[in-house]
Design a protein. Structure first.
Length: 786
């Protein structure tokens, strides 16, 4: 596998100078990044908020439904002295503020737990497991599960909802080194080689795993490795794989489905569904949904009583993940955790993220790129994998950050080398390393997607394994948006990237003008020479052949745009989309024509063909340009000349008594130029030609300036379609009449810039000098002749 692709998502505005030990990203309508440093808890924004103090850990609150009245996400922080704090984070105009909501000191927490468990006397350790919908699940003294309630809007109403003592011996409790929570199951790691499973709702002892038994399967007893002390544990979100880390910097994976299929007795709460009678819930109607759910507890099938759309999506998600799992065996009928009474269903990751989230696009892309197909593995590699081969040093820390059914993500932190990210492919057993460097920290953002987010001095970056830049951008524009792709290209300095035509087709089908605009911008430098060499340095024949080839490759996209404009123009509800699409396409075509004539002094046959192609598309699209409303016809009509197919003109009687110049003046001032051309055509007047008509109009402008009437001159120019300022500027430069020039300079200072005034004044002085010099020479010659 090639090196990962590093994508900068957000540039760093205020990166902390001190070392960051942990960073987490909130998930919801507004994503906020918080990190633990030596000086305190830092909540990032354009103006970051710093919560001073020694902090041990923190959790962002996850909510099923966003509260519209809430000002921002809430954060549960744990200090090193075992005090709990709730902060509400608000973001206004880039400024971040963290307001203390409520605190729970250690002594108060001890009293709350002692009221439920009389044997509890002191608090020696505390681990945060979850913070969801105002309820926090914590592990006290490695064996006590406590559920605290932090109601929204009631800061003083913190209560202890539940408290369970886990069924562990004191010796086993002392050996617990790590704990993790996944889908309602608490996993405890015993350093001697055991994993204990407990139900987070009631503390029921569900199952256990003997790691040494699993890893020694298929090996001879004398060749079995001695199990080193374990230090880390992580479990995949689909509960199929557990990854353990030893103190020797080696890792191993445990397929839980295979393990419990081989050792079913290690499932302590497995139901015997064969002999369980199906009976309704007493006191309820048999057709009631609660009765159906109660009866389903005695059935081994996977029938779903929840027929909602969200439940259906969750079912499809589980099925897809199982198909992509490299350890999926065909003989497995049920997953190991489906034998429990109340397994927690996974939340749909797409529902939890905001619609405009960039991480949602990246997560979808990653999930799409990981599918390796259904793989059957009859013999699972159960060997330890050494993940760090360097010399051991003090301060070296190896953590498993994320696990899926097909890979595991690790971070290695050391004082000398900084941060290194390692991806372990569980199917091929290969590892890919990427050295990030010092002053970097891994950002945790959830179990659902294996996102490798790194916070470093450049900013927040996403590491993509197994994807090239082109593959990533192609998938991003399909599943994300063109605006996001354009921003990432500019932020990472990738320049314009090639976009496939099916992306344009998808954008047209979904009426996404940003996708069309991005596609055309990607092709706008079609006829521009590369920055490294100019058009004169490049051979003309080679360049023109390349341009013609590019133009031919562009024709399918232009045909697609023309068809889309034509089809949308026929529908009344899509007229606005058709006009915007037409504007984008014509602007692109006109710009390409300009590029050809700007960069090439002479056109060869290949460039002539390019011009013909572009012109044909422009001519084709001009028929769809906005049509002006028809002019109202007067009741006074005249019969047309039988030899001419010309409409009648109501001003004919009045214009018959005027000369040509007066007719043109009246037509221009009253916006009747088409009628004047028609009248001249009927009367066989040469002014029917546009060139002659324009000449007469410009003569009228000059006569108006001779009469010092700049308003009439400006009106004539404007109604003829000229740029008034530009034409007056030209007249002021090139007119030979000194009076007109002085008049324009004095009255049209807003139209003539300061530099132009000096140029005109200098030209006038030179003209006077040359005139005096010529007069002097003529006088001398006259005297000599006498």
């Amino acid at each position: 596998m090639a090196a990962p692709l590093r994508v900068l998502l957000l540039p760093s505005r205020d990166f902390p100078d001190e070392k960051t030990s942990r960073a987490k990203l909130s998930r919801g309508a507004r994503e906020v990044l918080a990190s633990v440093t030596r000086t305190g808890l830092r909540v990032s924004g354009e103006e970051a908020a710093l919560l001073p103090g020694p902090w041990e850990d923190f959790l962002w609150e996850s909510v099923e439904e966003e509260d519209p009245t809430a000002e921002g996400p809430r954060l549960l922080a744990l200090s090193k002295s075992h005090d709990l704090f709730i902060y509400e984070v608000t973001l206004e105009a880039g400024k971040c503020e963290a307001v203390l909501w409520e605190s729970l000191p250690e002594d108060r927490l001890t009293r709350l737990v002692a009221s439920k468990d009389k044997s509890f006397s002191s608090l020696s350790s505390l681990r945060l497991l979850s913070f969801k919908n105002g309820k926090a699940l914590v592990l006290l003294n490695k064996i006590i599960l406590a559920r605290l309630s932090f109601p929204v809007g009631e800061p003083a109403a913190i209560t202890l909802k539940d408290c369970f003592v886990l069924h562990l011996s004191p010796q086993a409790a002392e050996r617990i080194v790590d704990v993790t929570l996944c889908r309602g199951i608490v996993f405890l790691l015993d350093e001697s080689g055991w994993i204990y499973f407990f139900d987070a709702t009631d503390g029921t002892y569900l199952a256990y795993v003997d790691i040494s038994l699993y890893l020694s399967e298929g090996q001879e007893e004398e060749n079995a490795d001695t199990l080193p002390p374990l230090i880390r544990l992580n479990v995949s979100h689909d509960l199929s794989v557990a990854v353990i880390v030893s103190c020797c910097h080696s890792v191993a994976s445990v397929d839980l489905n295979v393990y419990f299929r081989q050792y079913p007795d290690h499932l302590l709460c497995k139901r015997n569904t064969d002999s369980s009678p199906i009976k309704p819930w007493e006191g309820t109607d048999e057709d009631d949904l609660r009765s159906s759910e109660y009866s389903m507890a005695f059935v081994q099938g996977a029938f779903r009583t929840d027929r909602s759309w969200k439940a259906h999506l969750l079912s499809l998600r589980d099925t897809t993940e199982q198909c992509y799992s490299p350890y999926l065996l065909p003989e497995s009928s049920l997953l190991w955790y489906q034998s429990f009474l109340h397994p927690e269903q996974p939340e749909c990751a797409t529902c939890e993220l905001s619609e405009t989230s960039l991480l949602q696009d990246a997560a979808y892309i990653l999930s799409d790129s990981r599918g390796k197909g259904m793989t059957t593995r009859n013999q699972v590699d159960r060997q330890w994998k050494n993940i760090y081969s360097g010399d051991p040093e003090d301060g070296l820390e190896l953590e498993c950050k994320s696990v899926t059914g097909f890979s595991a993500l690790f971070t290695i932190s050391s004082e000398s080398e900084g941060l290194t990210v390692v991806l372990w492919d569980l199917e091929t057993r290969e590892m890919v390393r990427s050295h990030v460097g010092k002053n970097a920290c891994f950002v945790e953002c959830g179990r659902e997607e294996q996102l490798c987010l790194i916070l470093s001095e450049p900013g927040l970056s996403l590491f993509l394994f197994g994807l090239t830049q082109e593959e990533f951008l192609n998938r991003l524009i399909i599943h994300g948006s063109a605006g996001t792709m354009d921003s990432l290209c500019r932020l990472n300095g990738w320049g314009r990237c090639s976009i496939p035509i099916h992306t344009l087709e998808a954008g047209l089908e979904n009426r996404q003008l940003d996708t069309v605009n991005f596609f055309l911008k990607n092709k706008e430098n079609l006829f521009s020479p590369p920055p490294s060499c100019s058009a004169q340095d490049q051979p003309a024949s080679v360049g023109s052949e390349m341009y013609l080839k590019s133009m031919k490759e562009l024709r399918p996209a232009l045909d697609l745009l023309c068809v889309a404009i034509q089809e949308s123009d026929l529908e009344a509800q899509s007229k606005h989309f058709s006009e915007q699409l037409l504007n984008l396409t014509l602007s692109f075509l006109n710009k390409q024509l300009c590029e050809i004539f700007v960069h090439r002094e002479e056109l060869d046959d290949n460039l002539d063909r390019c011009v013909d192609m572009l012109t044909s598309y422009i001519t084709r699209l001009r028929t769809f340009m906005m049509k002006f409303p028809p002019k109202t016809t007067s009741a006074v009509t005249l019969l047309c000349d039988p030899e001419e197919d010309v409409p009648p003109i109501e001003q004919s009687h009045a214009w018959e008594a005027l000369d040509t110049e007066s007719i043109v003046a009246e037509a221009i001032l009253n916006n009747k130029l088409p009628e004047a051309q028609t009248f001249f055509r009927l009367t066989r007047n040469p002014a029917q030609q546009l060139k002659e008509l324009t000449r007469i109009g410009l003569d009228l402008v000059y006569k108006s300036l001779l009469k010092n009437d700049i308003k009439e001159a400006s009106r004539l120019l404007r109604n003829m379609g000229f740029n008034v300022a530009e034409q007056l500027h030209k007249i002021c430069f090139y007119v030979t009449d000194q009076h007109v020039r002085d008049y324009l300079v004095s009255t049209g200072k807003t139209l003539v810039c300061f530099l132009s005034v000096h140029i005109i004044f200098g030209s006038s002085q030179m003209l006077v000098c040359f005139t005096l010099l010529a007069f002097t020479k003529a006088s001398v010659r006259a005297e000599l002749s006498l």
